[in-house]
Write a protein that binds this ligand. Sequence first.
Ligand SMILES: Cc1cc2nc3c(=O)[nH]c(=O)nc-3n(C[C@H](O)[C@H](O)[C@H](O)COP(=O)(O)OP(=O)(O)OC[C@H]3O[C@@H](n4cnc5c(N)ncnc54)[C@H](O)[C@@H]3O)c2cc1C
Length: 629
Amino acid sequence: MGYQAGNFDVIVVGAGHAGCEAALASARMGAETLLLTINLDMVAFMPCNPSIGGPAKGHVVREIDALGGEMGRNIDKTFIQMRMLNTGKGPAVHALRAQADKFLYQHFMKKTIEETEHLTLRQGMAEDLIIEDGACVGIVTKTGAEYRAKAVVVTTGTYLRGKVIMGELMYESGPNNQQPSIKLSESLRNLGLQLVRFKTGTPPRVHGDTIDFSKTEIQPGDEKPKFFSYETEYSDNEQLPCWLTYTSEETHRIISDNLHRAPMFSGAIEGTGPKYCPSIEDKIVRFADKPKHQIFLEPEGKNTSEYYVQGLSTSMPEDVQLQILRSIPGLENVEMMRTGYAIEYDAVVPTQLWPTLETKVVPGLFTAGQINGTSGYEEAAGQGIMAGINAGRKVLGQTPVIIDRSQGYIGVMIDDLVTKGTTEPYRLLTSRAEYRLLLRHDNADLRLTPTGYEIGLISEERYAKFTTKKAMVEQEIDRLKAVKVRPDEDVLQLLEEIGTAPIQQSTDALSLLRRPEFMYEHVERLSQSPEALTEDMKEQVEIQIKYAGYIEKQQIQVERLAKMEKKRIPDDIDYSVVTNLSKEAKANLSTIRPLSIGQASRIGGVTPADISILLVYLEHYNKVIAARG
Ligand SMILES: Cc1cc2nc3c(=O)[nH]c(=O)nc-3n(C[C@H](O)[C@H](O)[C@H](O)COP(=O)(O)OP(=O)(O)OC[C@H]3O[C@@H](n4cnc5c(N)ncnc54)[C@H](O)[C@@H]3O)c2cc1C
């Protein structure tokens, strides 16, 4: 029999990337929060690549920061390399990527959690959920401790019935030989939640002193690094390079000769892996025509000699892994410090969740992170902050917060998960966002900081800074409209210098800035910009003016969608009585139970014809309800 160990408003199970954001959000909103995790030395641990960000993932980190979350601030404190990717392309795909000192990253996140009011951090293994009157009201741990709360957020990552696979070897384990979480998986299943088996993999780690870097290409960070957090203005972090090498013909031969020992191909692995993060053996088979694959050697931290071998995720037997490593230029004499492995784990089918990430079957129970079928620290943290916000608001009696597809990648991800589900670990890509020109790295604050402020995660001081920035950007755009530019000698020379067409008659600076070659720095040669205008603000002015036409087009699409999103569907609708709806549509609508026509239109198997039928039915339905008064 357990013992009463404490009452809280919110309990978060698991201090991974989702759990940390969830717990910090609910505590910062004033809800008494318990964060329970198997091992306090594994808080915010990075079991895979020591990096944060990249396309779409970097956007999510900006959005978490704009909402008042922690990941952006934490990586700005602990990065060992920062690079803005895709700078040669449009702003929609500009993406920041940082190499993290993964040990410092953990250290600072744990410290922030320990110093946060209303937040209690405890070591323990949750084994069961307490259910009363159909709702989740607490957890029971392995030691028999019963913790009670009005909402529970489960963020157990790759630990649920975790099984590690390396060649012929298989054993129950979480990542990095941590304890797996077995009983909780049963508890979730017994509550009627459908679970699926997914898998992911990681490469070996090698000793830096045994790498011959002269056979690789250096990959340095940006000289003037940008930051993830809007609050970071400066950093003196020393940057370390990464190194690029390639697989060799010998590498491909070793892998092909040992495919019979590869669990991926011997059928030993039952879980479904991420298409966009294939193992090296998978790449050799799927892209057999490719003579070589890129391998990035990434330092795991300043105070360690461990290097992460990016691009060589594998579950091949240990002896084969060493042969593979030593067949790669620069790694001929390498010492392998950790063996690569695959891990299988249970995940919850995410169509069983409301867009708030609360489960449909058990009120008061929320799930976030890899447990919802995603892959990636950023995807996990993006769900974590939303689950924490909504669990907190539920217990504080406030309305839920849902980010929609036009507001953020967080909205795109959660809507994809709860509306369409996923058949493999879901990874965010810019191509998933139909409004990606609105969801840029640079404007996450304009999209989400007002929401963060409203819900109490953004301080007065930060909000004041934000509104000043917003106002100054708008004023500068107005000012440029009024800056007259005459076709005098200096102007014509400047235009010629930058290779854009001369002007015949007077125009204004804003019209010139619309030209692709004409940048804000050129405006400053025509007219002094306000002293207080920061680089950030100037970039905002430039992007808003240059892409005004495209942005406007997407805005119109968003307004059109908003009408569909506003068309709410009653909770108690019985789709089986809606005549002429296709059988498949009836089944899928009854399973997902969309909140709006907009969400219904994104469900697989629901056609535009079905949506028209539903709209007619709802019109009649609402008339009947109205008549009943
Ligand atoms: C081997 C491996 C390879 C990966 N490869 C990639 C990749 O290539 N690309 C990519 O994008 N992502 C990859 N990932 C995924 C990435 O690590 C995760 O997406 C991310 O860590 C998920 O964050 P999370 O918060 O959901 O879970 P996690 O970071 O896994 O954290 C879960 C936390 O919950 C705790 N916990 C679990 N069960 C319990 C319990 N019952 N009681 C209390 N605490 C509990 C754990 O101790 C842990 O702290 C990989 C992960 C692993 C393990």
